[in-house]
Write a protein that binds this ligand. Structure first.
Ligand SMILES: *Cc1c(COP(=O)(O)O)cnc(C)c1O
Length: 470
């Protein structure tokens, strides 16, 4: 028999494996999971045998090890806590904003019990889920009315669909942005049925450009916050105030997609000046949209604030039902928004804001504490230093602003850096960092104090396993 056929014949039968795996005491998984894991593993091996030039028959132990690892992967939650050592605070791939503990308590309440989600406790009649946060958003932003939808992309879509479908919307060429995940202003515009009218040049747009583009069919003037990039040099654009003045003169609605929209003026904390939501509302823009989980530090949501008349129209749009938020989002959003009644408190209590504004000294102290816990235990397998570095805001906000920070830099002695990175990424609680100058960096800005002890234990175990292997 040729080696390939021999290998193929060596693939165990599903039924035989099931009874074998059932007898492993430490493994308690339903048969459906065991079966599907066996099928996955055997299919992968068969594919490997068929496509590679040579093949090695696996021993029974090797088969069992593969099955057990596949079963374990299937029975453990796929969505889980990871340590974010990337230094990117609003990391879209790692879940953007981290919620404060009092908010996670609210989530448990909202999920584990009935609630007054759409029940008015004063009248005993049906209520509106939005009313639970609308007054808070109005208090904080100074807007007349507010509405919350699934995310900011949805907020932009429903606003354009309501106010500009079948009409023209004027946007500066410098603001036709694409943010991650294929959200492009021109595409969202097309989906909403509005026609995009581009004005100005990439670097400069003047008020007269908007004015010259006005037609009978113009429904809106739109400003989009330029996320992810910045045009520098010979630039100019039209301010919210100028846009509002032009819109009012011609009876045309104005809108601003603020993207990461913040309620706090971060320039007080050493960041470049960005307009706050309150400032844009005060400038008189009719509709303003922003994300719940970027600089706001809350759950995924799209917040729309504006005039009573316009928000009223958007609420009646049938899309609103399709884009509505669930009770978990509402619970988290209400809890996070309440923190903003005291801005100084919000900076401390909301993890996203705290991470952004922590002084380098605080970050360094956290780094020292982690280093102290692990250093003596790992010196034979890895060199570790506490080095200064820079963190990023992320989430498309303040794209080239560097935040001074500190990181633990690991130089493994016994393994390749890429294997080291992969090893940490595969841990029960994965540790995600970044590679820089042939070192693996854990930026301590995005590690929370409450994570330091668990992270140190995990790292020590990881290094012990490494030194055992030699
Ligand atoms: C992030 C962003 C969006 C999309 O917001 P999501 O909440 O991710 O849907 C839209 N516009 C701008 C300018 C953004 O920065």
């Amino acid at each position: 028999m040729d080696p390939k056929s021999k290998c193929l014949r060596g693939i165990p039968k599903v039924d035989e494996c099931i009874s074998l795996l059932r007898s492993i005491e430490s493994l308690t998984a339903p048969d459906t999971i065991i079966k599907s894991a066996i099928q996955e593993v055997t299919a992968k091996e068969r594919e490997k045998i068929l496509t590679s030039a040579e093949c090695n028959e696996l021993t029974t132990e090797q088969w069992i090890a593969r099955f057990v690892s596949a079963i374990k992967k299937k029975i453990s939650p796929h969505l889980k806590h990871v340590f974010n050592g990337t230094g990117v605070v609003i990391h879209t791939n790692l879940g953007r904003s981290v919620l404060p503990e009092q908010t996670t308590d609210q989530l448990v309440q909202a999920g584990g019990y009935y609630s007054n989600l759409e029940f008015n406790l004063d009248t005993g009649q049906r209520g509106s889920r939005y009313s639970l946060v609308e007054d808070i958003i109005c208090d904080l932003t100074g807007a007349e009315a507010a509405l919350v939808v699934n995310n900011n992309a949805a907020a932009v879509l429903i606003s354009l669909d309501t106010l500009a479908k079948g009409h023209e919307v004027i946007v500066s060429r410098g603001q036709l942005v694409e943010i991650g995940g294929s959200f492009r202003i021109p595409d969202v515009m097309a989906k909403s049925g509005a026609t995009l009218v581009e004005v100005g040049a990439t670097n400069r747009t003047h008020l007269r450009d908007y004015e010259n583009a006005l037609t009978e069919n113009t429904a809106m003037l739109l400003r989009v916050h330029t996320s992810n990039f910045r045009i520098i040099g010979f630039t100019s654009d039209v301010s919210a105030t100028e846009m509002v003045e032009l819109g009012r003169r011609h009876g045309i609605a104005t809108m601003e997609d603020l993207g990461s929209g913040s309620l706090v003026d971060f320039s007080k904390y050493g960041f470049p000046k960005e307009p706050t939501v309150q400032e844009i509302v005060k400038a008189g823009v009719d509709v303003v949209t922003f994300s719940g989980d970027k600089l706001l530090g809350g759950p995924q949501a799209g917040i729309i604030v504006g005039t009573k008349e316009i928000i009223g129209k958007i609420k009646k749009n049938p899309l609103n039902r399709a884009l509505r938020i669930d009770k978990f989002t509402l619970a988290a959003l209400e809890s996070v928004l309440r923190e903003y009644y005291d801005m100084d408190k919000a900076i401390e209590s909301l993890p996203t804001l705290r991470m952004l504004t922590s002084s380098p000294d605080i970050v360094k102290k956290r780094g020292r504490s982690l280093l102290r816990r692990i250093k003596s235990k790992v010196t034979n397998v890895c060199e570790i230093q506490l080095i200064s570095t820079v963190s990023r805001v992320g989430g498309g906000a303040l794209p080239e602003h560097n935040i001074k920070s500190w990181a633990l830099a690991f130089s493994p002695k016994t393994m390749r850096l890429s294997d080291f990175e992969k090893g940490l990424r595969k841990l029960a609680t994965p540790v995600i960092g970044r590679m820089e100058n042939d070192k693996f960096l854990l930026d301590m800005r995005t590690i929370q104090d409450k994570e330091v002890s668990a992270l140190s234990e995990l790292l020590v175990h990881f290094f012990e396993d490494e030194s055992d292997r030699d």
